[in-house]
Design a protein around this ligand. Structure first.
Ligand code: ADP
Ligand code: MG
Length: 686
């Protein structure tokens, strides 16, 4: 009994489910598979859907392919086995006085054990035929006589996610009884501010948490469910904001900022020689960055700017501030092509100012300042190292910067370009090469505002919301494969007018030899199509030097067409390219397509993005239409978030998408904002 006495010390809702009447070891194990360990977990187990069991659909009125809840009594049932017994179908025939319904289960012979002739059965499913009326694998629940029926019938009835061996009816009964016993113990988690109180200014007249928990399980009306969900989601968002603020406070208490604000010594000549004037938005963002670099705590800033908005120049300015202070800077980019492009730009911009610019990729000639051994290279490295301690340098590279043996002494600022291509862990790995260096992460995948305050909640946000003037427009078209000959004709006209074009081949698995072969075949095809213009091919399997040669050829307009895999999605900057043709566009996410489109429209000429997808995919074409209607990366990212969810948008590498039971990152902007305000209010109140 000693277990019981420890249990009783726990707050009521934190008790394990085994403290509940009727929950033994086996049931507890089943519940654990649903991640239900405590009473609270059980009370927050969210119904999958609700059945309106106040009104059953007469079997006779069921419609083809339309989900409905109906009921009837079992008039016949039987199991048929075939193929030597390895296959089977179990059939149950229900009658409600209006008609009969055949329910079938394939290869689930044990279903036989759950029913008996004469049983009254509730069925949820959709008829796949009306002659006879048939449902395959419907959800069922046997009506058992007894006083518990008021829990299960004549109401909006919750239907829960289950696990093998756990009956719907048992779980519903358990949740009902647990609510009866514990509902009064469900406290308001956030007492001070206006949560839960009726606010005249808000659309959120949210119920108390206890009411919300009741309503999510046993709503009076379906509209109650959404109200309850919002209340419970708000609590989740508040808990998350609370965590974010706490981590931030801890960070600020431990981390001292390096003085990287600069003195304009390098910045001024840099801006004078740049060849263009920074946009208002770039200048505004630089002010925010400078304030951080002069601040008491290391900068943790996310810079968002749509493709082509000029983030690289901003990064260069930030780097200069740190360099002026005598600190080294590291800039990490996700691909070698992009790292090399940055390397070229920064060399051009910064070397005249006496700043050393170094490239560190897997294939670049790396010198390593820790490996100063006896050979000639080592001597040179040591030489470098000594210079570095006197002259601040900028190190540009790929993941290769993360290599353990690669030291970055005196690191003042870490810049991460196209951050969504990296994981949080990689970001931190680079930051840890210094002692609390400042951090600037950049992204062209616009972060929907809901993610800005949640997944990216620990970062301050800056937005470049302006594209430099003097750019041509970008028009976007969706075309079916049949129209390709017309598209090619149009491309040839553009080439004849002196422009260049990208052709993006659908996402290929670059480890798959066959897929590489398919790209090569397309390459030969395009060479014929566009002769005498020159076509180059770029894919991930090429060696770095080969990739660089291809890019150089395209950059210098030696080649006019670049056939590439999605590799060119990030960063590539060739102003004379005005056509972006994307084959099998439906295989890409909207945000990714927007990135690809961002490779054009960088010069003064008008540009054209053509999204090609097969004619037999109307819903794909519908989705692609979003891109023809908007050039606004934020709108597109929000659409993508709704269509594909946060995981897809944040990229595979991004961990740390919070796991909400009730919160919905795609749509809960108002709640997230409110949660943030509530936490700040509580903090202010001390
Ligand atoms: P992104 O934000 O997508 O990384 P880039 O930094 O590659 O964009 O900039 C796109 C192009 O715009 C580059 O060629 C860059 O030199 C140019 N650019 C950046 N800022 C300005 C500006 N203020 N005026 C004119 N051109 C600019
Ligand atoms: Mg960029």
């Amino acid at each position: 009994m000693s277990a019981t006495s420890t249990i009783q010390k726990l707050p009521p809702l934190a008790q394990p489910v085994t403290a509940l009447w009727g929950v033994g070891g086996e049931r507890a194990a089943q519940l654990a598979r649903l991640k239900i360990f405590t009473v609270e977990d059980l009370l927050l187990h969210r119904p999958r859907r609700y059945e309106d069991r106040r009104h059953f659909r007469p079997i006779k009125t069921l419609l083809l392919d339309e989900h409905a809840t109906t009921r009837g009594s079992v008039v016949a049932m039987g199991l048929k086995r075939f193929r030597g017994g390895s296959k089977s179908v179990f059939e149950l025939i229900l009658d409600d006085g209006t008609a009969r319904l055949h329910c079938r289960w394939w290869n689930l012979p044990f279903m036989e054990n759950y029913f008996a002739v004469g049983d009254e059965v509730v069925v949820y499913g959709k008829p796949l035929s009306l002659k006879p009326r048939t449902m395959d694998h419907p959800e069922t629940e046997v009506v058992e006589p007894g006083e518990e029926n008021f829990i299960h019938f004549n109401r909006l009835t919750p239907v829960y996610p289950l696990t093998e061996g756990l009956p719907q009816r048992w779980l519903r009964g358990l949740i009902w009884r647990t609510l009866e016993k514990f509902e009064s113990q469900i406290a308001e988690p956030w007492s001070k501010p206006s949560v839960g109180r009726a606010r005249s200014d808000a659309p959120y007249r949210l119920p108390t948490r206890a009411n919300a928990v009741h309503m999510i399980h046993f709503p009076e009306e379906l509209t109650d469910v959404e109200i309850a969900r919002q209340r419970l989601a708000l609590d989740e968002f508040i808990a998350l904001q609370w965590q974010i603020q706490a981590r931030r406070k801890k960070f600020e208490a431990t981390a001292q900022a390096l003085p990287c604000g600069g003195n304009n010594r390098l910045m001024k000549p840099f801006l004078d020689a740049l060849g263009f004037k920074l946009t208002g938005a770039q200048t505004k963002v630089l002010r925010e960055i400078r304030a951080d670099l002069r601040g008491a705590h290391p900068m943790r800033r996310l810079l968002q700017g749509d493709v082509g908005s000029g983030k690289t120049a901003v990064a260069a300015c930030a780097a200069l501030m740190a360099l002026e202070g005598g600190f080294n800077v590291a800039l990490m980019a996700p691909t070698e092509i992009l790292a090399e492009q940055h390397f070229r730009n920064f060399k051009k911009w910064l070397e005249p100012l006496g700043v050393k610019v170094e490239l560190q990729t897997r294939s670049s000639k790396t010198f390593n300042i820790q490996h100063s051994t006896s050979n000639a290279q080592g001597a040179e490295a040591a030489n470098h190292a000594s210079r570095i301690t006197h002259h601040a340098s900028i190190f540009i590279g790929t993941h290769a910067l993360l290599t353990d043996s690669f030291a970055l002494p005196n690191l003042g600022l870490v810049i991460i370009d196209e951050q969504h291509k990296f994981g949080v862990a990689q970001r931190e790995q680079l930051v840890r090469k210094g002692r609390y260096p400042h951090l600037l992460v950049m992204t062209a995948t616009p972060i929907p505002r809901t993610l800005g305050l949640t997944v990216y909640g620990e970062l301050d946000l800056s937005v470049i919301d302006e594209i430099p003037a003097g750019r041509g427009t970008i028009k976007t078209f969706v075309r079916t494969t049949e129209k390709l000959p017309l598209v090619w004709k149009f491309m040839r006209e553009q080439l004849a007018a002196g422009r260049q074009a990208y052709v993006v081949y659908p996402r290929v698995e670059e480890t798959d030899q066959r897929e590489i072969k398919a790209v090569v075949k397309e390459f030969e095809n395009l060479q014929k199509l566009f002769a005498p213009f020159r076509v180059e091919l770029l894919h991930g399997r090429l060696k770095s030097a080969e990739k660089e040669a291809v890019m150089a050829s395209f950059r210098t307009n030696h080649a006019q067409v670049l056939l590439a895999t999605a590799l060119i999605e990030v960063g590539v900057d060739v102003a004379n390219a005005t056509v972006m043709l994307i084959e099998n566009a439906e295989r890409f996410g909207l945000a990714q397509l927007h990135q690809l489109r961002g490779r054009i429209g960088r010069g003064a000429h008008d540009s054209f993005c053509i999204l090609v997808s097969a004619a037999d995919k109307p819903e794909a074409q519908e989705r692609l239409k979003v891109l023809t209607e908007s050039n606004d990366g934020f709108k597109i990212a929000e659409a993508d978030l709704k269509l594909r969810g946060p995981g897809e948008l944040l990229g595979q590498q991004q961990s740390g998408v919070p796991d909400f039971r009730f919160g919905e990152l795609a749509t809960d902007w108002e709640l997230i904002k409110q949660a943030r305000a509530v936490v700040l209010e509580i903090e202010k109140a001390g």
